[in-house]
Design a protein around this ligand. Structure first.
Ligand SMILES: [Zn+2]
Length: 217
């Protein structure tokens, strides 16, 4: 499921009562398009005159970029609520996944049968899903190696980068031909854009769907 603000607010209220004794004031909650996190508890940090850190302006953000099972979204919400709780009531145990964080997490997992973790590992599929799908203009080199494989390299749209890449790759002695084409296909967004002398080998069947029919002239 893809979380909505209403969903996260409703779950926040429910978990606040069942797991946090209703002690958490409701913070601003937003849904973001972030691909680098599932959830985050943002805050401002101040150093007090006595040198201790204090935290304020807590905000909980949940990404809608990942289509996760409901229980994993709920675990993410609870994870951020633990950060929030510690920020409010035990700032000395901030930031990060301190021993107190781990203790609270283990308690909640045990009492409520949850599976909250300190690092949520995203599957390869979920990471691919999070890749930016906006169309961007790329120059792509379609590289045929002497061993028969076809690979690609995304290159910045600048003549000198394209020339440099062609020269460097041909000098390697491993390349039988290079063709360049321009594309806005978001498939190519996932590859780093540079003129480094490297080649990527996506699954040939997948790649064939994204190479222009006439890339060989
Ligand atoms: Zn965390």
């Amino acid at each position: 499921m893809i979380p909505t603000i209403e969903y996260v607010q409703q779950k926040f209220r429910e978990f606040n009562v069942t797991m946090f004794d209703g002690r958490l004031p409701e913070p601003p909650i937003s849904i973001t398009n972030a691909k680098t996190y599932l959830g985050v508890c943002a805050f401002r940090k101040h150093r007090k005159w006595h040198g201790r850190l204090e935290y304020s302006d807590f905000k909980i953000r949940i990404s809608r970029r990942f289509d996760l099972p409901q229980n994993e979204i709920d675990d993410t919400i609870i994870h951020e609520m633990i950060h929030y709780y510690i920020g409010l009531f035990s700032p000395a145990d901030m930031p990060g996944h301190s021993p107190l964080f781990r203790k609270m997490m283990a308690d909640i997992n045990e009492r409520f049968g949850r599976h909250i973790s300190v690092s949520h590992r995203l599957s390869k599929e979920q990471q691919e899903q999070a890749i930016d799908n906006r169309p961007k203009k790329h120059v792509v080199a379609s590289v045929v190696l002497k061993d028969g494989r076809t690979g690609i390299k995304v290159i910045p749209c600048m003549e000198r980068h394209i020339r440099r890449y062609r020269r460097g790759m041909m000098a390697s002695g491993k390349v039988s031909s290079i063709e360049f084409f321009e594309t806005t296909d978001p498939f190519f967004n996932r590859f780093p854009s540079s003129s480094a002398f490297t080649v990527y080998f996506p699954d040939p069947d997948v790649l064939a769907q994204h190479l222009p029919d006439s890339s060989r002239e």
